[in-house]
Design a protein around this ligand. Structure first.
Ligand SMILES: [Zn+2]
Ligand SMILES: [Zn+2]
Length: 326
């Protein structure tokens, strides 16, 4: 049986690329210092800053909130969390329950944004009415509402739980489909655009899915183990994920080397043309009318961005997750 390199106890994980094996305690320590190094190297947080973590209720968001809550005092930033209840039946109910328990156990203020309460519809009905795949509507709604939450909370950044496995897949997909403008947004952090968009940070940028799962699991953090019922094995993302896992097993370390190099070259990729402008309805980032306002205008006859911002703000205030001056 593999033994921990530090203390000789039975190992819970081995890294083939460095032949490092670690026991539970030393793995938890290793994971936390890896995330801390990511935060420092890419300057993702600042002392006295305010980070709003997007918590889905799954393993990655559990690892994210767990590790950030431990690092927030060491690095001197304030932390709150936001969960979006997407209204996908039992799956959303259990995800929400996990997010609420997680935040309570960690003592982090949590605002719950309930899509059904806001729009009267959940993701499945929105997708049917919009005649779009549920995952595309879901992505749009999540991006909009997390950005709205970050702006309304006056956060320096919204922290996302994407791990290295996810990000390598997104980057490869963007390359294969030649959606090169999407690539600069896939780095460890994006800048805020005052009033329009909050910066996004990915503290788990160099952490694998396996590490993220182990951290959440071994720390005893609550999370929903289920996959979203809309997730499909036919999606390009899934196929790429399988292939990358097989590449990684034959070339250990390939994924994180790829991401570390990509992070240095993000500026070499094209950026969308033209200046971002405030949405004419809600004022958040768009090129005229934002996609959330367009979607809700078509389906509900009214662009719901302005109401969504008001609703999100009220929920954040209720949770004590706002840090606006003046
Ligand atoms: Zn050990
Ligand atoms: Zn809008």
């Amino acid at each position: 049986m593999a033994r921990c390199r530090v203390c000789g106890a039975p190992a819970v994980i081995c890294y083939p690329e460095s032949r490092l094996c670690l026991c539970r305690d030393h793995f938890l320590e290793h994971f936390e210092s890896k995330v801390e190094r990511t935060l420092r190297r890419y300057r993702l947080v600042r002392e006295g800053g305010f980070v709003l973590a997007a918590v889905s209720g799954g393993k990655d968001s559990a690892a994210l909130l767990g590790v950030l809550s431990r690092l927030s005092s060491r690095l001197g930033f304030r932390l709150a969390a936001v969960h979006i209840d997407l209204g996908i039946g039992e799956y959303s109910r259990r995800s929400r329950e996990a997010a609420v328990r997680l935040a309570r156990e960690l003592g982090v203020p949590l605002a719950v944004i309930d899509l059904r309460e806001l729009l009267g519809l959940g993701v499945p009905e929105l997708a049917v009415k919009a005649r779009r795949p549920p995952c595309s509507v879901c992505g749009l709604v999540k991006r909009y509402l997390t950005n709205a939450a970050g702006v309304e909370a006056c956060a320096d950044a919204v922290a996302l739980g994407h791990n290295a496995d996810d990000l390598a897949v997104y980057a490869l997909k963007s390359f294969l489909t030649q959606d090169l403008e999407a690539i600069p947004k896939l780095g460890p952090g994006t800048e805020s655009i005052p009033g329009l968009a909050v910066g996004r940070i990915r503290p788990l940028y160099l952490a694998s899915e396996k590490e993220s799962f182990l951290y959440a699991y071994l720390s005893g953090l609550p999370f929903n183990h289920e996959e979203c019922p809309h997730a499909s094995r036919r999606l390009l993302e899934f196929i790429l994920k399988e292939h990358l896992a097989s590449l990684e097993s034959r070339r250990p370390g390939l994924r994180t080397q790829f991401l570390a190099k990509l992070a240095k070259r993000l500026n070499d990729y094209p950026k969308p043309e033209g200046e971002p402008r405030p949405c004419r309805h809600c004022g958040l980032l768009s090129w005229g009318e934002c996609s959330f306002c367009r979607l809700t205008r078509r389906i509900l006859g009214e662009p719901m961005g302005p109401k969504a911002r008001e609703y999100v703000r009220a929920k954040l205030e209720e949770a004590g997750a706002v840090m606006c001056r003046g």
